[in-house]
Design a binder for this molecule. Sequence first.
Ligand code: ATP
Ligand code: MG
Length: 428
Amino acid sequence: MVTISELGKHVGEDVKISGWLHNSRSSGKLVFLVIRDGTGFCQCVAFQGNLSPEQFKLAGDLTQETSFFVVGTVKENPKQKGIFEIDVKQIEKYGDSVDFPISPKEHGVGFLMSNRHLWLRSQKQWATLRIRARIVKSIRDFLDSEGFINVDAPCITPSSCEGTTTLFELDYFGKPAFLSQSGQLYNEAAAAAFGKVYCLGPVFRAEKSKTRRHLIEFWQVEPEAAFVLHEENMKIQERLVERIVKDALHDCETELKVLERDTTVLQHVVTPFPRITYTEAVKICQQEGSSIEWGGDFGAPDESIVSSKFDRPVMIEKYPAQVKAFYMKQDPEDPRVVLCDDMIAPEDVGEIIGGSQREDNLDILLKKITDHNLPREMFDWYLDLRKYGTFPHSGFGLGIERATSWIAGSQHIREASPFPRLLDHNYP
Ligand code: ATP
Ligand code: MG
């Protein structure tokens, strides 16, 4: 069996393609069937003169999403290089599809979300999720090539990694446990065993406000590296994002075209990325009328102001300690701030990466656990990492769907997840 993505290697040959009917139209002696097989979309031309009356009728009667196969000769479209068609010689049905709910007309989001299992078949959803898959592959390729090894973190944890406001609690055989919000702390243990590590998997946050950037369950890649300091940590982030974008532009041309994505901004995503301090970012926001004061965290409108000043992702570094997680390392030059950075994507996508050097001083870490009102006994194992050969180290987290929705140009992050979990939606 040949797939649509392989048709270019079979021009002039007879092939069999199995798939589903995306759409069709008839004009007299011709029926044009667009078949999709998961790897792509392709037009099949059924000419009355080449088929028996039964076969020609079958072609004309196929309804949207009927599964079928065609056998026919592959031709390159004379007007569009790289676009292939099939001259149908035989056609057979696998299964009918009566009144497929998602027609080419406009549908409401609630309806589409409730039919996500079918909506996935639409061309734009197909394109977006293929870009997501390419991003995951780029991430793995990049990290593997930089000597990181994949050590995954658990999804069920006995305590929270950061705050508790977005935690999902579970009944773990009569004891409380939580769905993980980040693999961060486990990565630090793994970095002491393997040097450079990353985890890649789902994390869960009970985000209680509806935004177009937040999912309840999302995938995150979290690299963590021993003996890497803040500066080098940011360089790894830049190289990773540059690579993801470059690979998507190179390998997802069809998908980006389907999505009608204007790729001008993506073409500019070349290192080095601009860097500003939190303090500078606050000034920029204030000049543009934001009410943010030094010491507060940026809201989405502030991130938009900052990102609008740059033509590529911008890295904001050195936030005040009180707005960041307890494990971020104090800046030796200014103890009010920590050695962290957030990468804000252009085009109003918001933060795509949060990272930092980690606090490696046991006493400072103990004080921060107290200051953040965290249960000390839950962090005994984590503190061991500072007792037994503490080491400078850094890492970061990149949200897979955030990155996907940016590169694909999605209106809402839900399109970047195969089965998105949202505040008001977890079906199917
Ligand atoms: P935000 O300010 O956007 O809520 P955050 O500061 O909570 O982000 P981190 O805890 O640093 O984010 O998580 C690392 C990355 O995970 C973010 O940069 C972003 O790409 C992604 N991310 C965070 N929360 C979500 C979410 N609810 N849905 C999808 N992706 C998310
Ligand atoms: Mg958040």
